[in-house]
Design a protein around this ligand. Structure first.
Ligand code: SAM
Length: 292
């Protein structure tokens, strides 16, 4: 079903309101970096623009504000996004992803504007499915119309991922979704069910910064740093335990960096894991009800 323009505008307007609460602006400026330092997701980008063509790109990008992921190169001298500096996150993450993903099926959960799926495409993944339920999806679709990477962008949440429709994946990447999720164990169980037998999970979440709170999960009844979509923030050990009971063997953690300076200290960090059996007392009947 085609999505009408007003539906896209409406979905982005509500995101602009949320971003305004956190950052004070609904349309954050692109980061100021030299275009020749920005990762090229495609050889198809035009190296220079006529003034009219440039204005067309600027208008289209503005329609799709707010851009948080990035920086993304559009062509000529144009860059969009980068509030989140995904290129900096990939300095650590890139070392954990095989240089060649040839023959691999990759799933990205909570893909936002598509930075991570585009990176997996650069590494030659055979097939990439990216799921994002909110208006950011339209940013990814716009970028894909320039990059032609072949990523399958789906405007869905993790709840809609099923083996029947999408199969299983050799690599699953999910960063920054867990603490926004009212049903965090359901998310982990679904990720487990989407993992191929020899598959790997790269899982990142915001976590409690204080080491002495490592075993705890903190519930957020209101908001964190102006963001009302934070629910459960785990300590580092609690996060590892939750992964383990839902059927992951954690090899190690990596790539820790400070989170937003909100009401209590948080850090973002990644876990690398493979699949094992979930805990036997994680009732499979109740589990499958959660997954239904
Ligand atoms: C903090 S951002 C992280 C984006 C990206 N993974 C990254 O690391 O830059 C969380 C993303 O998860 C998306 N999201 C929220 N609920 C989701 C759900 N139920 N399923 C999948 N993604 C979801 C949000 O819209 C947002 O794009």
């Amino acid at each position: 079903m085609a999505v009408g323009k007003s539906a896209i505008e409406e979905s982005l307007e509500s995101i602009r309101d949320a971003v305004r609460k956190q950052l004070g602006v609904g349309r954050p400026e692109a980061v100021d970096v030299p275009p020749d330092t920005v990762t090229r997701f495609s050889k198809d980008c035009e190296p220079s623009f006529t003034p009219e063509r440039r204005a067309e790109f600027v208008d289209r990008a503005a329609e799709l504000d707010p851009w948080l992921q990035g920086p993304f190169y559009l062509g000529g001298d144009l860059i969009i996004g980068g509030t989140w500096r995904c290129d900096h996150r990939w300095i650590g993450l890139g070392a954990e992803v095989s240089k060649s993903l040839a023959g691999k099926r990759v799933l990205d959960v909570g893909s936002n504007a598509g930075y991570d799926p585009f990176m997996f495409a650069l590494r030659g993944a055979q097939e990439i499915v990216a799921c994002e339920p909110f208006g950011y999806h339209h940013q990814a679709v716009f970028l894909e119309s320039l990059y032609h990477s072949g990523v399958q962008f789906e405007n869905i949440g993790w709840e809609c991922l099923t083996n029947e429709k999408y199969g299983t994946f050799d690599l699953i990447h999910c960063n920054g979704v867990f603490y926004h999720e009212p049903n965090p164990m359901g998310l982990l169980m679904r990720l487990r069910s989407m993992l191929a037998p020899d598959g790997e999970l790269l899982f990142g979440s915001m976590m409690l910064g204080e080491p002495e709170q490592s075993e705890y999960v903190r519930f957020i009844p209101g908001s964190y740093f102006g963001d009302e979509t934070w629910w459960f923030v785990p300590g580092r050990l609690a996060m590892r335990w939750m992964l383990e009971v839902t059927g992951f063997r954690v090899a190690y953690s990596f790539g820790e960096w400070p989170g937003p300076a909100g009401e209590f200290p948080v850090v973002n960090g990644y876990f690398r894991a493979t699949g094992v059996d979930p805990a036997p007392h994680l009732d499979p009947v109740r589990g499958s009800q959660l997954l239904a």
